[in-house]
Design a protein around this ligand. Structure first.
Ligand code: FE2
Ligand code: FE2
Length: 375
């Protein structure tokens, strides 16, 4: 294979980043792409929305904060960063414990899919938009996500696998969300992404011997991109007070908080060897990430989940167990498997409701949402 002349890290537009990846896709592997194609409750999805409604957003109510954010994104501090350098240590995929290898690959493939999901959605908004502010924002965010996905794919290629992103764009099922649901879901996934990456980064700063893969060294700049993307969605939500303040929308925010936190708990607990290798205790890590995300989301959400309420962890564990049982029942098949699966789904629903119906904590949202990544 010839070394490619161009790298996604240097791409200044999403189109360029994707063209470079399409070029390489002939080497990408079926198994990883199949995994990325899955649409289950626990795998990253692709989204589409009402692009005209999003394009019609007027950012003048948040103009000062908006211009400040655009200036930083325009300066593009991470251009060229997401590529292998001399800091990239060799990874011994061959010698790695089989279970750890499987979980680490699963982590990389699902992260790559999630990054790419953002890329595809943001790029589509950029392409369809006519509103200069919206187009500019979505061009920067899609540029960043294309680099992130490209870099994870570089890491995957060393293990002999990679996700065919062009195929995914064409063939993966897209879930439709109204713009306000895109705000809640995407805002949370950007901010929780920041909290996840920075928590791992700080942990490995303290415990460098646990860094079993070099990609974690890149997490600080990476999470700053995600933080900025979250800031953009906070501003979009602030353009219309109803989006976060109406009674019905507060219930929706609660719903998305429950779904995002619950999913993260279940997914992380499905990767015990991966977290053991990092020296991270999963309960601690998840609660730490939720605490950071709660603190950040006070910039825009008037309510937060009370993660200190014992009902929270209790129902997270129930959700985790129900998910395991559903997977086992599915593998078993037949009538018995089908019934066990239904029973599992009912228990998962009850656990979800157990989190959703906890008394929430209320926040007085600040005048300006502007915030810096301080963790
Ligand atoms: Fe990203
Ligand atoms: Fe992002």
């Amino acid at each position: 294979m010839n070394a490619p002349h161009r790298h996604t890290a240097d791409a200044t537009t999403v189109e360029e980043g994707l063209a470079i990846q399409e070029e390489r896709s002939k080497f990408d592997s079926q198994a990883a792409t199949d995994l990325a194609m899955q649409n289950t409750l626990l795998t990253p999805r692709f989204y589409t929305t009402d692009f005209d409604e999003l394009d019609a957003v007027d950012v003048s109510p948040v103009r000062a904060d908006w211009d400040h954010l655009m200036e930083r994104m325009r300066a593009d501090p991470n251009r060229g960063h997401f590529r292998k350098t001399e800091d990239w240590d060799a990874v011994d995929w061959e010698g790695m414990d089989e279970e750890l290898k499987a979980e680490a690959l699963d982590f990389l493939i699902s992260s790559c899919t999630a990054e790419f999901s953002g890329c595809v959605l943001y790029k589509e908004m950029k392409r369809r938009g006519t509103n200069a502010d919206i187009k500019e924002l979505f061009s920067y965010m899609s540029r960043d996500e294309a680099r992130h996905a490209g870099f994870i794919n570089d890491a995957l290629r060393e293990a002999g696998v990679a996700v065919n992103l062009g195929f995914l764009t064409r063939e993966k099922k897209y879930t439709y969300f109204r713009p306000k649901f895109i705000y809640y879901a995407t805002y949370l996934s950007e901010k929780i992404g920041y909290a996840r990456y920075i928590t791992i980064y700080r942990h490995l700063e303290e415990n460098p011997d646990k860094r079993f893969h070099p990609i974690f060294k890149w997490f600080r700049e990476w999470c700053n991109d995600e933080f900025a993307h979250g800031e953009a969605f906070a501003l979009l939500m602030r353009t219309d007070p109803k989006i976060t303040q109406s009674f019905a929308n507060k219930l929706w925010i609660r719903f998305f908080l429950t779904a995002v936190y619950g999913t993260m708990w279940v997914r992380d607990h499905a990767r015990p060897r991966f977290h053991e290798a990092l020296g991270v205790e999963i309960d601690w890590y998840d609660l730490e990430v939720f605490a950071k995300t709660n603190a950040i989301a006070r910039q825009v959400f008037p309510i937060e989940l009370d993660i200190d309420n014992p009902r929270f962890v209790r129902n997270c564990r129930k959700l985790e167990q129900a998910t395991r049982d559903i997977a086992a029942a599915k593998a078993r098949g037949g009538l018995g498997g089908g019934l066990a699966r239904l029973a599992g789904m009912a228990r998962a629903g009850a656990a979800f409701a157990g989190i959703y119906t906890m008394p929430v904590k209320r926040n007085a949202v600040p005048e300006s949402p502007r915030m810096e990544p301080v963790y």
